[in-house]
Design a protein around this ligand. Structure first.
Ligand code: 3PG
Length: 381
């Protein structure tokens, strides 16, 4: 993939550059809860401002709070990071065209939520062409949405000279390390759904020296090993690979935090009763996982270990702290995991924090993404 940073200044100055970013940031009570994805795109935006490009930012926004316009993000960006930013409440319509016509070198426009137009998700060719017609050059700086075959990710590169941004390339470079990780390599997985991590687990299980699994996804394994898991969440219709289930490399929780009445109790896995529900890993499991990580040279972690949104955060916090102290190379990713790191001010304590959730998992499972292939096939032409 070609890097936009390698393009000579004369080919950037006064050019309209369509930059696909991922400003799909988490919101809480009407405020941006975490701006990591925004901050990580600033180096590219500032570079292009300095080179007098006309920058047109495009992104999707789809979150649980029902906020679908970029007006709030634009206000935040303008006040905090990019005073020259202007928001257009339009995607590729007349308003956008009028504003683009008036742009000068160094100006930055943020267009409205791409998903307001359903042709974005449908990867509609005409919509891709319309977006491409807004600019001279396309840059993908949105690794975290590059697992989607959407118009702004895979469609636009068919119509414009296309490049990867520095964050995009850094994500690919760092995550590729996990595919050829130095050993001992420990894979640490949490989260609720095993089904979303099955591909990653199958791909990396043979490469990893140890695989530590916590969170509700571990319950599928515990149940398959014959433990009583009571009322704990067990994903339906998913059965673990027999080889993985029986492997000595696999480490599962040995105790858990449950609620008995309103009281939090720690119970060993073999003593769980049929009325218990596991909400977090217990102290013995934390100790076991820490020991198993101790001599590793590379640790990859995705997914929390407890129901963090209900306050069961001890297991994830202790694991986050242990990884932060590890001398191994540490790569961490996933939206819920990042929320834990932010909460305990640990975000800068790892070798690399990926902005990708689903994109990180898909990349690690498949070794590539539709967004990468779209930029690559451009190179082959
Ligand atoms: C994400 O939050 O993982 C990316 O922004 C992709 O969003 P999506 O899952 O809604 O496509």
């Amino acid at each position: 993939m070609k890097s936009i940073l390698d393009l000579p200044d004369v080919r950037i100055k006064d050019k309209k550059i369509l930059v696909r970013v991922d400003f799909n940031v988490p919101w809480q009570n009407g405020k941006i809860a975490d701006d990591l994805r925004i901050r990580k795109t600033l180096p590219l935006i500032r570079h292009l401002i300095k080179k007098d490009a006309k920058i047109i930012l495009i992104s999707h926004l789809e979150n649980g709070e029902g906020i679908s316009s970029f007006a709030g993000v634009a206000k935040y960006l303008k006040t905090k990071y990019i005073p020259r930013l202007r928001f257009i409440a339009d995607v590729a319509g007349k308003d956008t065209l009028r504003h683009i016509d008036r742009m000068r070198g160094g100006d930055v426009l943020l267009l409205d939520n791409l998903r307001k137009d359903r042709r974005e998700k449908n990867n509609d060719r005409k919509f891709s062409k319309k977006l491409a017609e807004l600019a001279d050059i396309y840059v993908n700086e949105a690794f975290s949405v590059s697992h989607r075959e959407h118009a702004s990710v895979v469609g636009v590169p068919q119509f414009l000279p296309s490049y990867a941004g520095p964050l995009f390339l850094e994500e690919v470079r760092r995550l590729r390390q996990a595919l050829a990780a130095p050993r001992p390599f420990v894979l640490v997985l949490g989260g609720k759904k095993l089904s979303t991590k099955m591909g990653l687990l199958s791909k990396l299980f043979s490469r990893a020296d140890k695989v530590l699994i916590g969170g509700a996804m571990a319950n599928v394994f515990l149940k398959a090993r014959g433990f009583e898991v009571g009322r704990s969440y067990v994903e339906a219709g998913v059965s673990p690979d027999k080889k993985i289930l029986g492997s000595v490399k696999l480490f599962l929780p040995v105790d858990a935090v449950v609620l008995r009445g309103n009281k939090k109790c720690t119970v060993t896995i073999e003593n769980l009763s049929f009325t218990d529900a596991m909400y977090d890993i217990g102290p013995k499991t934390i100790g076991l996982f820490k020991r198993e990580m101790r001599d590793s040279r590379f640790i990859l972690w995705n997914g929390p270990f407890g129901v963090t949104e209900k306050g069961f955060v001890d297991g994830s916090r202790e694991m986050a702290r242990a990884l932060a102290r590890a001398s191994a190379e540490t790569i961490v990713g996933g939206g819920d995991t990042i929320s834990v790191l932010r909460r305990y001010k640990l975000l800068n304590k790892y070798s690399f924090v990926s902005t990708g959730g689903g994109a990180m998992l898909d990349f690690l499972a498949q070794g590539t993404l539709p967004g990468i292939e779209a930029l690559r096939s451009k190179d082959r032409k």
